[in-house]
Design a protein around this ligand. Structure first.
Ligand code: ZN
Length: 293
């Protein structure tokens, strides 16, 4: 048995194709008194190689999903499903790590690269082929009807133009603050100038985002806020490759594992990505998915 910190935690011994030990995986899915809200992946022990021995990692995902009741199993909302896939993507990054130094292992990568393995996983949640594997009605066993999936897909790009421009404006503002010797006489004037390219509506005099935008200085991003959008570029482009070859194509999956998931921070993200994809990422796949192309 595998020791765990709470009876609710489910534990798994993950093994590879040759039955070799890959990782310990812990899943802590449901809320309980005193548990922090939200969802995240964490690693109790990183992977590393020492004296020729590949020490395998202990990885955990923690979520707060809809719990089961005495009469019903846990029935996840669609958001909870994408969250599960997302966190499991981070977990794979940790579990499939294969590097020498723990400081470069698994999710120890540059900030704007860490969400690729997680976000790319979310794409499978919209694919009928993938849903057929698990999205069954809990009483009848019927697979989720395609028209439900279509509705989810259609609504996913609702207001996406606005959301995209808003996200870009935050990225631009964050970079503007960090990209120059501060010659800011007036925060409001600076902000308006920095976000001019993405302004959709006439300025409202009382409006000023900067004082409330904690990511700029206090949140640790410090010019890295763009990474949210950049990760979307990467995940959409990577998934387009899977779609091209088949979403369960083993060759592409292996390429993703060998060139990205197992490499951690041992090479620059662009080098790893090009090895996987054969080319640099392009924004077209994201624009298409967002309904903007
Ligand atoms: Zn994440």
């Amino acid at each position: 048995t595998i020791d765990k910190y709470h009876p609710d935690v489910q534990t798994y011994e993950v093994r590879g194709e040759a039955n070799e030990f890959v990782a310990l995986f812990y899943a802590d899915f449901f809320p309980r008194t005193g548990k922090r809200p939200g969802a995240w992946m964490t690693s109790f022990k990183p992977q590393y190689i020492q004296n020729g021995v590949n020490d395998r990692p202990h990885v955990s995902i923690v979520c707060n999903f809809t719990p089961p009741t005495p009469s019903k199993p846990s029935l996840l909302t669609f958001n909870e499903v994408t969250t599960l896939f997302h966190e499991f993507g981070h977990a794979l990054h940790g579990m499939l790590a294969n590097t020498t130094y723990p400081s470069l292992s698994g999710t120890s990568v540059y900030w704007d690269f860490v969400e690729l393995p997680s976000q790319v996983m979310e794409n499978w949640c919209y694919e009928p082929e993938a849903l057929a594997l698990f999205a069954h009605h809990y009483e009848t066993g019927e697979v989720i009807p395609q028209n439900y999936v279509d509705k989810i897909k259609e609504s996913a790009s609702f207001m996406e133009g606005m959301a995209t421009v808003r996200q870009l404006s935050f990225g631009l503002l964050d970079m503007a603050y960090h990209a120059q010797v501060p010659t800011i006489d007036d925060v409001k004037t600076f902000e308006v100038a920095a976000t001019r390219e993405t302004a959709l509506y006439p300025d409202v005099a009382e409006n000023c985002v900067s004082p409330a935008f904690s990511h700029i200085f206090q949140g640790g991003y410090s010019s890295g806020y763009y990474s949210y959008k950049w990760a979307e570029v990467l995940d959409a482009d990577a998934f387009a490759y899977f779609q091209e070859k088949g979403i369960f194509n083993k060759e592409v999956g292996t390429q993703f594992k060998e060139n990205i998931l197992s490499k951690g921070g041992t090479a620059l993200p662009m080098e790893l990505y090009k090895k996987f994809r054969g080319q640099e990422p392009k924004p077209e796949a994201l624009l298409k998915r967002a309904g903007l192309l």
